[in-house]
Structure formats: C-alpha cells, structure tokens
Design a protein around this ligand. Structure first.
Ligand code: WT7
Length: 652
C-alpha cells in the first residue's frame, strides 16, 4: 500500500531508489532546467542521435508580432532512424510493437525492431514510388493496426509530413483535411474492425476524395478483406506494391525545424486548425517525457490505449516509446469488447508494466463493477497514467484501489495537442500525488496563473485564474499550418508574452496545479476536444435550422456532453424525427464524437441588445443550475430565458 501523508500518496523508497528520478533528482533537474534552459536542453538533446549535431539550442520568442520558436535549429536528424535504426544493433530481435487485435480470438503480433525496420523501409519505398517527396503531405485515415505506425515512420523516414485524421471522423471532415494540407496521398485500409463492428474506411475515403480532390492517390492496407470500390490508376494495394520494393530505404536528413506532422484540433472559433510539430525538439521531448513520466526501463511493456488519430497516440504509442527502444502495445479494439474486462485481460496477457488511459474509460469501466478487473493478474503493473481531462476523485480512487490494488503510483498528465508532450505530471518515483491534481511541471516548463481580466501574473503560491506558460519547451507547436497569424491570435494575443493554454487552473498552498477546465468555447467530450462553433456551424447548415448555440454540460461518463439549443426556421415544427435527423446530420458532417447528446428546441436564444448570444446563461440552464443565472439585466428579451428553463433537457 502506498503510504499517505496529509492526503498525499507518497512514492515508496524502493520505487524511488530504482526510478529515473527521485524527489531530490526531480528538484535538482527542474531547477537547472529553468535556470539554464540552454545548458539543460543542450545536454538532454543528446539522448537523440543527430546526423549533424546542433550548436544552437534555444531560439524562441513569445514577443507580440514576433512569435518564433526554434529548437536545435542547426542540427539535422531523422526521426524514423531514431525510432528504429539506432536500436538494431543492441535490440534488433526485441519486440518493438505488440499488436493486440480487436477480437481476442485472433492472434496478437510481436514485431521486432528488425521487422519494423524492413516493414517501414518497404512502406517508405512504396510511398516514394507513388511520388511522395520530402515536404509533401500524406494523410492517414487508419485503424489501429501496425501499418498505421509503419505509415507514420515511413513518412518521417522520407521527410514527408503526415496528417492523421482519426478514423471516427466523417468523410466530409476527412475531405476538408486532405484539401487543407493539399495532400498527395491518403493511406487507409479496406475496413476497420472495432468492438466487433466494421467501419468502411475506404468507402469514406472515396467519398471524401470525390468531393475535394479527385487526383489524390490512395494507398490501401488490406485488413478485413472486404469488397471495396476501386479507383483505377489512383488506388494502390500495399501488399501488392510492397512486393516490388526493396526493404532498405536510407533515411532522409532533416533539419530540426522541418515539420514532422500536422494534426488538426478544434478551437473556440472557426474550423479546426492544423497544429504543426517539427522534428528535433519534438522527438527529444516525446522521448524524455515517456521515460521520466512513466519511469520506463529497458524491457518494460508499455501500453497507451489512445488512438493514433490523437496526439496521445503520436507521442506515447509511436514516437516517445520507439525513440526509447521500448516495447509498445497497440490495441485495435475498445475497452468493452467482448466485455468490460478487455483492458485487464490484455494487461495480463502481455504483462503490461505501464498502462496509460483516459478518465472517461475509467469511469465507464468503473460502472461495470470490480469483478471484471479482479479476474485478472495485474501484478506486472508498475505505473498507471491518465490523460485527457481532470480526473474526478472517485475515478482516481477506483483506478488506485481496484486496478492498482493501492500499490501503483498514478500519473495524471496534463498537456495538449499543441504541447506535443506532458507539461505537468507527477514523476512516479519523485512526486507525492493528490487525487485530481496534475501536480507539478515537467522539466523546463514554467506554468503561471494570470488574473483573467488584467492578465497580471499572480505570484502568491495559492492562486486561481487562467493557465499560461511563460517560456517555450522543445515540443511546442511551431505554427498553424499555413496560417501563422492564427497561431499568434489563438495563443499569444489575449495574454501578451505568454503561451495561453485555454485552460483555467488553481494552484494550492503546496504549489500543486489543479486544472479547472477550458475557459474558452471548447468542450471536452470523453477527453477529446470539440469546438462549440464547429457543431453550431454544422447545425445551421441544415436547411431547417435558423440558429443554434452549443454548450457543454456535466456528463457522468464523458466528462462533458454536448448540449445544443436549436431555433428552427419559421414554419418548421419540432419533432422527434427532426431531432434524429439533426443528430445524423452532425454525425455525418463531423463524426460521431460531435453528435449532440441533448437538443433543446429554442424559440429564441438569449441575446444582449447588441445581439450577442449570452452563453453564460445557456451553460447554466444546460447544467440545470438556473437558480444562479447571474446578471440578466442586459437581456434583450428576458422571456426567452423563462421558456428555455421551462423546457430544459437536463433535469436532476
Ligand atoms: C485539453 C487538451 C493531450 C492529450 C489529450 C487531449 C484537457 C488534458 C488533462 C489532465 C485536466 C486535461 C485540458 C487541455 N486535459 N489532460 N490530465 N487534467 N485536463 O488533448 O484534445 O489537445 O485537449 O484537454 O483542458 O487543454 P487535446
């Protein structure tokens, strides 16, 4: 049992002594990282193999009008070589990737570093044959199969920039991203089995490409063997093309600041933006956080349950672990198939040492009862991780007691698509934890709490306000794809000279951080970010919808649910049928994760006299907390609110 002191869970002496960092080491390293970032990152940058070593370490500016972030800018390297080739001599026969398929009846795969090398080289040569060159964009729309990792690493190997679109997104969303990055090739599979059901990925790709760009080629991995509609001259089967290429492909020499990938993410306004991550700083930081946050040691089996369509999958299924020569587990399925014990069955089967998942999954499994966990031997677990949203103490305690049997440290990692890797997290051998707190910053990270209206930094230890970061870290996003102005406007305009995270936070008397949630119009659904503006613009695109406002509300499993107020066109009658029609509309337009959980028919929306929607009021009504509406004196038509309250959808 982990000992507690003042409500904190302490690392055991035994764990601390074997860990990469005990408390004193963390403190000393953290201090040096902020006192001398050049020295610190100059030293730790050498954890990566460089073709041409850097002489410059940090060249970053958050100054208004000059947002410019460069790390290791004169160094050259190749990320795929760092994730594969450099391990061949020492661990060529070690498993790099364990693949666990959707169905437990099917065999798992163990792919060694040598096999990974051959597969990635072939994949890279196929891409080259399809005309992909350094700097070209390649879109991935893939199930969780080893070929997803091969495709990422093959792109990195030849210097192409990958942009992964989560396979749960719709054909329309995929099309927009292919067009947005002007991609040359889309990589997909015939179908994607998940939870016993198959999504027809290739069909979606056909539809997407038909609408936006009918000259884009498609590389197709055979996964299910189902029939697919083939676009002659444009589509290529991987298994056929791979027969004609060599299993050797020399890695391209890349500059540290060349883009490695684009990943679209939702914000408070407009359509999703393409977050750009570059090569050198990203891989240094992904590898270092993977090692320290999870206390990863050689020979451990590491499992991150995310999908490669999210940044968590990029940094902690593929790049961080493989850069460290780890064995990383990739899971095709879902936590509840064939039953709610699947995660734990997989942990037992593959002797997982570090397990990393999201609070929403923990809450969903918690509801199914402890018996699903107790059936399995989880004695190999050394570290448990969580990411995606604040973890409620009930879920934390269940994770700690039922999964970890009270013995296993939990790391609650706070970070974002934009940050590339963990910014705040406990280190399991160093940091006493408090359920619900992401505790302290990682090396080199300087969080600050600002007073929201004045933007003044609050210097007292205990503080609450908006969370910003004072200085750059190596894996920071560099720009928004082809829109540097939007980058500056989104992250550096509201609070000058800081990176603005979009989150609110509290710092307690011990200096521990507690994320209080987004302060912008972004909602967090099952640990995934959704912009309310995006859902609104989808709804108003429906011919029967006049106006819409979307807010988040507390949801027992998802963290936040999507609550949509919809005003219909004159003469259109609300009906259950129309409600279903709108749900399907949004699903088709964006994807299942954007589907509103609740739709309320609103004869009107509460607006100020200048016509601005008063979202604060809409949030309160959606939360079923309308006793606390606050100041409503600026409302143009107060009776609108009465109607919304009377017909609210979320009643306790
Ligand atoms: C937003 C970022 C980074 C991978 C997953 C989501 C919230 C993330 C935590 C945590 C409290 C968290 C924040 C953040 N968030 N992790 N441990 N505790 N909140 O990536 O889609 O870019 O979303 O997720 O609100 O801003 P993302």
């Amino acid at each position: 049992m982990l000992e507690t002191k003042n409500g904190m869970y302490l690392p055991t002496d035994d764990f601390a002594s074997k860990s990469h960092a005990d408390q004193a080491t963390y403190q000393a390293m953290y201090d040096s990282s902020v006192e001398d970032p050049e020295g610190f990152w100059g030293e730790h940058g050498r954890r990566i193999d460089w073709i041409k070593p850097y002489t410059k370490v940090k060249n970053t500016s958050f100054a208004p009008g000059n947002i410019d972030i460069r790390w290791y800018e004169d160094g050259t390297l190749n990320v795929a070589a760092n994730c594969i080739d450099r391990h061949l001599e020492t661990r060529g026969d070690q498993t790099a990737i364990i693949w666990e398929p959707d169905s437990p009846e099917d065999d798992a795969l163990h792919i060694t570093y040598k096999e990974l090398h051959a597969n990635v080289c072939k994949f890279a040569n196929v891409l080259k044959d399809m005309g992909v060159k350094k700097g070209d964009r390649v879109v991935l729309y893939m199930p969780m199969i080893p070929e997803a990792a091969y495709a990422m690493l093959a792109s990195a190997r030849i210097g192409a920039i990958h942009s992964i679109v989560f396979a749960g997104f719709s054909a329309d969303a995929l099309g927009a991203r292919v067009a947005g990055s002007n991609a040359k090739v889309v990589i997909t599979s015939d179908g994607a089995p998940r939870g016993g059901r198959v999504t027809n990925l290739k069909d979606n790709v056909n539809q997407a490409l038909n609408n936006v760009a009918d000259d884009v080629k498609c590389l197709v991995v055979r996964r299910t063997g189902q029939q697919v509609a083939w676009r002659h001259d444009l589509d290529v089967w991987l298994h056929e093309a791979a027969q004609n290429v060599s299993d050797d492909c020399p890695p391209e020499e890349m500059n540290a600041e060349d883009p490695l990938f684009i990943l679209y993410t939702s914000g408070s306004t407009g359509q999703p933006k393409g977050v750009v991550h570059t090569t050198g700083g990203y891989i240094v930081y992904a590898s270092m956080t993977h090692q320290y946050t999870f206390d990863y040691h050689d020979g451990d089996v590491f499992w991150c349950t995310a999908d490669v369509g999210w940044v968590t999958g990029h940094s902690y299924i593929v790049y961080g672990p493989l850069a460290n020569g780890a064995t990383t587990l990739m899971f095709e399925g879902v936590p509840t198939y064939p039953d709610a014990g699947r995660f734990w069955a997989v942990c037992e089967k593959h002797k997982v040492n570090q397990f990393y998942t999201a609070p929403t999954a923990i809450r969903a499994l918690m509801g199914k009862g402890p018996e699903f966990v107790e059936k399995y031997d989880l004695s190999d677990l050394k570290v448990l991780g969580t990411v995606g949203e604040p973890i409620n103490p009930e879920a934390w305690n269940w994770y700690h007691n039922v999964v970890g049997k009270g013995n296993v440290p939990i790391v609650d990692t706070w970070w974002q698509t934009e940050t590339g890797g963990h910014l705040m997290t406990p280190l399991p051998g160093a940091t006493p934890t408090k359920p619900g707190s992401c505790t302290l910053p990682f090396f080199g990270v300087q969080p600050v709490i600002l007073e929201p209206t004045t933007g003044e930094e609050i210097h007292t230890t205990a503080a609450e306000g908006v969370l910003c970061i004072k200085d750059s870290w190596p894996a920071q996003m560099r720009t928004v794809w082809e829109d540097h102005e939007r980058f500056e406007k989104t992250y550096f305009a509201d609070y000058k000279n800081y990176y603005f995270t979009g989150d609110g936070a509290r710092r307690d008397e011990d200096g521990y951080y507690w994320i209080t949630g987004r302060v912008d119009d972004v909602i967090n659904v099952s640990g995934h970010r959704m912009g309310t503006a995006e859902v609104e613009s989808s709804l108003v695109a429906h011919p029967k919808v006049a106006e819409s406002a979307v807010v988040g509300y507390p949801h027992a499993i998802k963290g936040q649910g999507i609550y949509a107020y919809v005003t219909l066109m004159n003469g259109v009658e609300p009906s259950e049928e129309l409600r279903k029609e709108l749900e399907t509309w949004v699903r088709k337009d964006i994807g299942p994760i954007a589907k509103p959980d609740l739709i309320q028919w609103a004869p009107g929306l509460p607006k100020t006299r200048s016509g601005k929607i008063m979202r604060r009021i809409l949030r309160k009504i959606a939360e079923d907390d309308f006793g606390a509406l606050g100041d409503t004196s600026t409302l143009a038509e107060p009776e609108v609110v009465e109607d919304l309250i009377a017909n609210r959808m979320n009643r306790h």
